[in-house]
Design a protein around this ligand. Structure first.
Ligand SMILES: [Zn+2]
Length: 138
């Protein structure tokens, strides 16, 4: 008895085929075989779409009882990417705020303490700018 389906569909390009396995029907053409890439840390199975080459993720809970698996776009990667973008945005905003404060002080006040204070603001700002440019590239 085989309750788990071998049929799979790519959600990105709608290509349909079968999951690669040792007992896969030899009559299945290679263009229809979705290679297993393995499991990730969440227990989700990854497949390679033979048509568009996308890394597909199948929710194990959707496989049970389903007549056909649907491989979704691997969203873990994009989630990591958007987090890095948020970090970059925060760094750029912080840099801008610190530079504006420093410019305001230098423009409106005079005295050695203004330059010390402005310098103390610009130093972390330039550090933050550096991180924004190079630090978040992963
Ligand atoms: Zn595809």
């Amino acid at each position: 008895m085989n309750t788990i389906t071998r049929d799979i569909k790519c959600a990105i390009c709608a290509h349909e085929g079968k999951v690669d396995a040792v007992d896969v029907d030899r009559a299945t053409p290679p263009s229809k075989i979705f290679n297993v890439l393995g499991k990730d840390s969440s227990g989700y199975l990854h497949f390679r779409c033979p048509s568009c080459g996308s890394d597909l993720v199948v929710d194990p809970y959707e496989v049970i009882g389903a007549r056909q698996m649907v491989g979704q776009r691997a969203s873990r990667v994009s989630r990591h990417r958007s987090r890095a973008n948020v970090e970059r945005y925060v760094h750029v905003t912080l840099t801008a705020v610190l530079l504006v404060i420093a410019a305001f002080l230098v423009h409106n006040f005079s005295g050695w303490w203004v330059y010390v204070l402005a310098g103390a603001l610009v130093l972390p700002a330039s550090l933050s700018f550096w991180i924004a440019l190079f630090g978040s590239k992963k």
